[in-house]
Ligand binder design. Structure first.
Ligand code: ZN
Ligand code: ZN
Length: 415
């Protein structure tokens, strides 16, 4: 029986993997310029971490997690998102003592048991950033400026930034009450999911994609009517800084984010080229999360970018290794030629040149492969050449060839 990949989990093959590498390289440069350092956390975490952070009533925890027991019966979960693991690591390693403001970025796969569709898979790759230890609107703004730099750095200019404020522990409960009040008597008109949300997390009703729910919630007052003075001020300052930082944005009071731990600034980055699943990045502020997970009362703000969607938008990015194009090809006939060539090949590769060698077969088939690899130079070595201590070097662009002494080969080829 043929073994295939798990539904919703795909292989990234060349040459697409070269786009991925190019995108990652560029994003890493931009993270460097903002002082973000990489953190690598395990792919598996205790299930409790996500139940407590993402929230018991969230769609992720309710039905999308890959949860299983290890051999000792401990419940483990493949991470469905990157923020909770970073915050767990931050607390566990006491990073607040080392970094008054910690700026951490991550690259890695996440897992959610969702219906696979274009732009959505069960294993998906995220690039994320978390800034811990700063309450200032400057931190929120910098995260959005960082995102803007990432997109323009990748040549993606047609993204939209949408922002909102989700209020805080003081003002949000009043808004939730208002939603409750609004729904009273109309519960049955909402979809099953929203009826459940009404009890546990009514804010999510605004996020429902189903048309009847969307129409019903048109009439709900917006959260902006309920912001407390501190939230208003924070949001005003964020907007001012975004203007100063040349981040064009639109306010959208329906952005609620799917995760429980967000407060105040929430944002999404959208691109119409992606179709229905048009969000390419999202994030926001999560001031209570570190404390909720047993750490000190430290604020945080972060975002995650969907790598699959990002690479769809930046298909012209390729990794920048100069040696990857136009390899040299060594056509080798017989084991003596292979032995004679190896130390030369090794020396060339040590100079970071890309060298391909033949693995047997006729000269004709070897040259065919060299052609396929777009080799500019082919070094041909057969029994005769080995005896004479020379190699034939052929320029595949103009077809000219020369005999070169083996001892001079590295010097000639690395010119
Ligand atoms: Zn507030
Ligand atoms: Zn609904």
């Amino acid at each position: 029986m043929k073994i295939t990949a798990i539904k919703g989990m795909s292989d990234i093959l060349p040459p697409e993997s070269s786009v991925w590498r190019g995108v990652e390289e560029k994003v890493r440069q931009i993270f460097d310029s903002f002082g973000f350092e990489e953190i690598r956390t395990p792919i598996v975490e205790p299930t409790e971490l996500f139940v407590r952070s993402v929230g018991e009533t969230s769609a992720i925890v309710e039905k999308e997690m890959y949860t299983f027991e290890d051999k000792k019966g401990v419940s483990l979960t493949l991470r469905p998102e990157g923020t909770a693991p970073v915050v767990r690591a931050y607390i566990e390693n006491g990073l607040q003592a080392k970094y008054p403001v910690a700026k951490l970025c991550y690259f890695g796969p996440m897992f959610r048991y969702e219906q696979p569709q274009k732009g959505r898979s069960r294993q998906f790759f995220q690039i994320g950033a978390e800034l811990l230890g700063a309450e200032s609107p400057m931190a929120d703004a910098e995260m959005l400026i960082l995102l803007k730099n990432i997109f323009s750095g990748l040549g993606i200019e047609d993204v939209r930034f949408e922002i909102n404020s989700l209020g805080c522990a003081v003002c949000r409960p009043k808004y939730l009450e208002a939603i409750h009040g609004f729904m009273k008597g109309k519960e049955k008109k909402f979809c099953d999911d929203c009826q459940k949300r009404a009890k546990k997390n009514p804010l999510r009703i605004l996020d429902c994609k189903k048309e009847p729910c969307r129409e019903l919630t048109e009439a709900v007052s917006t959260i902006s009517d309920f912001w407390c003075e501190a939230c208003r001020k924070h949001y005003r300052e964020v907007r001012g800084l975004l203007l100063a930082g040349h981040v064009p944005f639109k306010e959208n009071t329906r952005i609620v984010r799917g995760l429980d731990y967000y407060c105040r600034t929430a944002f999404e980055v959208l691109c119409d080229r992606l179709g229905a699943q048009n969000a390419v990045a999202a994030g926001g502020r999560y001031d209570g999360l570190v404390k909720d997970l047993g750490g000190p009362d430290i604020p945080g703000v972060g975002f995650a970018i969907g790598m699959e969607r990002l690479t769809l938008l930046a298909p012209l990015i390729h990794d920048s290794r100069p040696t990857i194009h136009e390899p040299m090809f060594f056509a080798l006939l017989g084991s003596e030629a292979e032995q004679a060539a190896l130390s030369v090949i090794q020396e060339l590769r040590e100079k970071s040149l890309r060298v391909e060698s033949a693995y047997g077969g006729s000269l004709k088939s070897q040259l065919r492969r060299a052609d396929k690899l777009k080799a500019k130079w082919v070094v041909i070595l057969g029994e005769n050449e080995v005896k004479k201590g020379v190699a034939i070097v052929k320029n595949m662009h103009d077809g000219k060839q020369n005999e070169i002494l083996m001892g001079r080969l590295v010097g000639e080829l690395s010119k």
